[in-house]
Design a binder for this molecule. Structure first.
Ligand code: UPG
Ligand code: MN
Length: 752
C-alpha cells in the first residue's frame, strides 16, 4: 500500500509566474537609483546640506528597492488537486481539524459578525465529526456567548441546507445579501420555500442577538459565570456549547466557548496569548494534528478550502517541509476605488507571490492552516534526528521532565503533547475525542500556567510583538520550515477591512510597530540567516516587511526637502541637463511600473492613485507613529498595545453616502506630521510665489506640488468642519512646527 501511494502524483504543484515586464521595469529603476547615487557622490554639490540629506535618503530608497526586487523576483502560486487527495487518503482517514476563532470586544467586533464566521466554519465541506471549533473571547462577553449558543441552534438547520444545495457562501449575512447562489438553485421547487424559511430563521437569530445586546442578558443559569467579571479581571470561563458525540450522524461539529483567565497583574499577550490557550484547551479534547485559525471577521467563501489546504499539508513533500498553508487575505464591501488604500490587492499579489516563491509566504495571522507539532516547536529534521538515535524510546524530547518544563504542569496536557510530538495521529476507529475535562481545561487556560514554560518563546504563538503572526511565522522559517500560499478559486476567506482612515491608520501603525519590534528583537531575520536556517532571500523579504516603520524617517526627510530648498533658495535635485534626467526618468518609470501592476491585478487608475497617495500618507504618519511607539517602548516609557480594528456591522455598510471615502480627523497626534508636512509645502510655495523666480528650482517646486497632491485629503481637511475637518488644535500645533521649520531654514541660510 505504502509503495503504491508513493507512486501517486503529487497533491499540489507550484507554478512559477512570468513577470518579465515587471522585472525589467524594477531593474531599470534600481539601475537609475544607483546612477543617481553615483552622480551625487561625484558632484561638487556633495558638501551642501540638502544634497547630502538627499544622498542619505536615496541610499535608503535604493536599499529598500533592492530588497523589494529580491522579494518580487520569482513569484509563484500553488495548484491543489483535491481528487488526488482521496486516492492517497480515503475519506474515513482524513485527519481531524481544530478551528480557532478569536474575538476580543463585543462592541468593536459585533457578535453577529463572529457567529457568521463561526457558522461558515461549522458548515465547511469536511466530515463534521472531524471538525471542532474553539472560540476565544477576550472580551469575556455574555452577549458573545449568547450569540454562539443561538448560532449553534441555527447551525442544525443551516448546515444541512448549505450541504443540500451546495451553497457557496456559508456565512448567512453574505448569503442572504447576494443572489448568486439562489440563481443556481432557483428551478428546484422546494428550494425557494426552504430558502425563505432559512432567511426568516436567520433574521430571527440576528434580532435575538440585537435585543440581547441592547437589553443585556440576566446573568443567571448558564450565564452566571459572567456575573462579577471584569474585562481584565475574571476567572476562566469554558462552555462546551455543542458536543458532537452522536458519532457520525450529527451535522454540527463541536463548538466550544473559551474566555481565558485574566488578572490585572498578568500580561495576557493579546491575540498570541489567546491562540496559545486555544491550542492547549483543544489539545485536551480533540488534539487534531492540524489547526485552522481565523479572525472573527473572516468568513469562509470556499467551503472546500480544508481539502485544498490538506493537499499541501499531506503531500509527501509538503509533509516533510511545509509548516503551514496560508490562504490569501481578501476583503468584502470594498469601497469604490479603494480610497484608503487598504484593500491590499496588488501588493499581496506581487509581494505575497514573491514570498511564496522563496522559502514561503509569511503567516498573516488568519486564514492559515497549521501543523500542531510545528506549533509545539518541532523542527523539520526532527524525525531524522530521532531515527538517528536508533529508535530510542526514552528519547530526550519526550521525557516527562522536559515535557513539563516546556509545556507546563498539566499532566493531561503533557500526555496529549507527547502524543503529538511522537507524530501519532488519531485514527477514525479510535474514540477520536474525549469529552472536555473542564478542570484540566481551566488549569491550562489560567493566566499563571505559562510561567517558566516555553509557551510564547519556543512553543506556540511567540510573544513580544503586536504582529505576533509575522513573528511566529518567522520563527518557523528560521527553523528551516517552508510555507505555502494556498491560492484557490473562489478565494478561500473574506473579511472586514477598516471603513475609514482612522481605523486604517491605527491598524497600519500597529502593524508597523509590531514589525519593527521584530526587526529590533533577537528574532531579527538577519540573525535567522546567520545562526538559523532562514534562507538569504527570505531574510531580505523579511527585512523588507519588518523595517516598514523605519522607512518613515527618510520619507519624511525627503518630503520636506523640496520645501527646505525653496525656502533657502538651494537645490537638492541636479539642475543641469544630463543630471536632471535621472530623477525625472526615475519618477516616470516608477509610476508606470506601479500603475501597470495595479491595472494587471484588475484595479482602476483611480485605485492606483489612491494607493500611491495612501502609501505616502501611511508611511509618513502611521509608520512614523509606529516608529515612535517602539522608540518609547525601548526607552521604557510606554508599552505597545494591540488596538483592535473596528468591524462594521453588516447592515450598516449599505447606503451610498457621498461621504464614504472622505477623510475624517480627530485630535489624535497621528495627524500632526501630515498637517505639518502640508503646511510646510504651502509656506514654501507661497514664499516662492512672492519671490517670483519661476524658473529657478522647477524640480523642487514640482516635488513640493506632488507632496501637496498626495496630501490633498489633508488640504481639504484644513477647510472642512466637524469630523471632516482637521481640529483647530492640530492646525495650531502644526503651525508652530512649521514656523520652527522656516526659522531653522532661515538660520541655515545665514550660517551656510
Ligand atoms: O487582545 C486581543 C486582541 C485581538 N484579538 C483578536 O485578534 C484578531 C485580529 O485583530 P484585528 O483588530 O482584526 O486586527 P487586524 O489588523 O485586522 O489583524 C491582522 O493583523 C493582526 C496582527 O497585527 C493579526 O493577528 C491578524 O490575524 C490579522 O488579520 C481579532 O480576531 C481579534 O479578536 C484577540 O483575540 N485578543
Ligand atoms: Mn481584522
Amino acid at each position: 500500500m505504502g509503495n503504491e501511494r508513493t507512486l501517486l502524483p503529487p497533491l499540489y504543484e507550484k507554478i512559477w509566474e512570468k513577470h518579465t515586464f515587471s522585472r525589467v521595469m524594477d531593474s531599470l529603476i534600481l539601475m537609475l537609483l544607483v546612477i543617481l547615487i553615483g552622480y551625487r557622490v561625484c558632484s561638487h554639490n556633495i558638501n551642501t546640506f540638502p544634497w547630502f540629506i538627499a544622498l542619505l535618503c536615496e541610499s535608503w530608497f535604493t536599499f529598500t528597492w533592492f530588497v523589494t526586487i529580491s522579494t518580487k523576483w520569482t513569484p509563484s502560486h500553488t495548484i491543489t488537486y483535491i481528487n488526488r487527495l482521496f486516492l492517497r487518503v480515503p475519506e474515513p482517514e482524513l485527519p481531524l481539524l481544530d478551528i480557532f476563532v478569536t474575538t476580543a470586544d463585543p462592541v468593536l467586533e459585533p457578535p453577529i459578525i463572529t457567529i457568521n464566521t463561526v457558522l461558515s466554519l461549522l458548515s465547511l465541506d469536511y466530515p463534521t465529526n472531524k471538525l471542532a471549533c474553539y472560540v476565544s473571547d477576550d472580551g469575556c462577553s455574555p452577549i458573545t456567548f449568547y450569540a454562539l449558543l443561538q448560532a449553534s441552534i441555527f447551525a442544525h438547520i443551516w448546515i444541512p441546507f448549505c450541504k443540500k444545495y451546495n451553497v457557496q457562501v456559508r456565512a448567512p449575512f453574505r448569503y442572504f445579501s447576494s443572489d448568486e447562489d439562489t440563481a443556481n438553485n432557483n428551478d428546484l421547487p422546494e428550494f425557494k420555500q426552504e430558502w425563505l424559511r432559512m432567511k426568516e430563521e436567520y433574521e430571527q437569530l440576528s434580532s435575538k442577538i440585537q435585543n440581547a445586546a441592547q437589553n443585556s442578558i440576566p446573568l443567571v443559569g448558564e450565564f452566571e459565570a459572567f456575573s462579577k467579571t471584569q474585562l481584565r479581571n475574571h476567572p476562566t470561563i469554558i462552555k462546551v456549547i455543542w458536543e458532537n458525540n452522536e458519532a457520525v450522524s450529527s451535522v454540527v461539529p463541536h463548538l466550544i466557548y473559551i474566555s481565558r483567565e485574566k488578572r490585572p497583574q498578568h500580561s495576557h499577550h493579546y491575540k498570541a496569548g489567546a491562540m496559545n490557550v486555544l491550542t492547549r484547551v483543544s489539545g485536551l479534547m480533540t488534539n487534531a494534528p492540524f489547526m485552522l485559525n481565523v479572525d472573527c471577521d473572516m468568513y469562509v467563501s470556499n467551503p472546500k478550502i480544508v481539502l485544498h489546504a490538506l493537499c499541501v499539508l499531506l503531500d509527501p513533500k509538503g509533509e516533510k517541509e511545509v509548516a503551514f498553508a496560508q490562504c490569501p487575505q481578501r476583503f468584502y464591501d470594498a469601497l469604490k476605488d479603494d480610497p484608503f488604500g487598504n484593500q491590499l490587492v496588488a501588493l499581496p499579489l506581487y509581494i505575497g507571490g514573491g514570498f511564496a516563491g522563496l522559502q514561503g509566504i509569511i503567516y498573516a495571522g488568519t486564514n492559515c492552516f497549521h501543523r500542531r507539532k510545528v506549533i509545539y516547536g518541532i523542527s523539520p529534521d526532527h524525525d531524522i534526528q530521532n531515527r538517528n538515535k536508533d529508535h530510542c524510546v526514552t528519547n530526550e524530547t519526550l521525557s516527562e521532565k522536559v515535557i513539563i518544563q516546556k509545556f507546563g504542569a498539566s499532566k493531561v496536557f503533557g500526555e496529549s503533547a507527547a502524543h503529538t510530538l511522537e507524530g501519532k495521529t488519531f485514527t477514525p476507529n479510535d474514540n477520536h475525542c474525549k469529552s472536555l475535562d473542564l478542570e484540566a481545561a481551566s488549569e491550562v487556560a489560567s493566566c499563571g500556567y505559562e510561567y517558566c514554560t516555553a509557551w510564547g518563546k519556543q512553543v506556540g504563538w511567540i510573544y513580544g510583538s503586536t504582529s505576533e503572526d509575522v513573528l511566529t511565522g518567522l520563527k518557523f522559517h528560521t527553523k528551516g520550515w517552508r510555507s505555502e500560499l494556498c491560492t484557490t478559486d473562489p478565494i478561500a476567506f473574506r473579511g472586514c477591512t477598516p471603513q475609514d482612515n482612522i481605523g486604517q491608520m491605527s491598524q497600519h501603525k500597529r502593524w508597523a510597530s509590531g514589525l519593527l519590534d521584530i526587526f529590533l528583537s533577537k528574532h531579527c531575520p538577519i540573525f535567522g540567516t546567520l545562526f538559523g536556517k532562514l534562507q538569504l532571500r527570505e531574510c531580505f523579504a523579511y527585512i523588507w516587511i519588518t523595517n516598514w516603520a523605519l522607512r518613515s524617517i527618510p520619507e519624511i526627510c525627503y518630503a520636506v526637502l523640496p520645501a527646505y530648498c525653496i525656502i533657502t533658495n538651494s537645490s537638492f535635485l541636479p539642475n543641469k541637463e544630463p543630471g536632471l534626467w535621472i530623477p525625472a526618468t526615475l519618477f516616470v518609470l516608477y509610476n508606470i511600473s506601479t500603475l501597470t501592476e495595479q491595472l494587471k491585478s484588475g484595479m482602476s487608475i483611480k485605485t492606483w492613485w489612491n494607493n500611491q497617495r495612501m502609501g505616502r500618507i501611511t508611511t509618513m504618519n502611521s509608520c512614523f507613529f509606529g516608529f515612535l511607539t517602539i522608540l518609547l517602548k525601548h526607552l521604557r516609557i510606554s508599552e505597545a498595545v494591540f488596538e483592535i480594528t473596528k468591524k462594521e456591522q453588516p447592515s450598516s455598510s449599505e447606503g451610498s453616502d457621498e461621504n464614504v471615502g472622505r477623510f475624517i480627523f480627530n485630535e489624535s497626534p497621528i495627524f500632526l506630521t501630515g498637517t505639518t508636512i502640508l503646511l510646510v509645502q504651502l509656506t514654501a510655495l507661497c514664499i516662492n510665489l512672492l519671490r517670483w523666480q519661476p524658473l529657478q528650482g522647477v524640480g523642487e517646486v514640482f516635488c513640493s506640488a506632488y507632496v501637496i497632491m498626495c496630501y490633498l485629503p489633508f488640504l481639504k481637511g484644513l477647510f472642512r468642519k466637524g469630523k471632516y475637518g482637521i481640529p483647530l488644535s492640530t492646525i495650531c500645533k502644526s503651525m508652530v512646527l512649521t514656523f520652527l521649520f522656516v526659522h531653522f531654514c532661515s538660520r541655515s541660510t545665514i550660517t551656510g
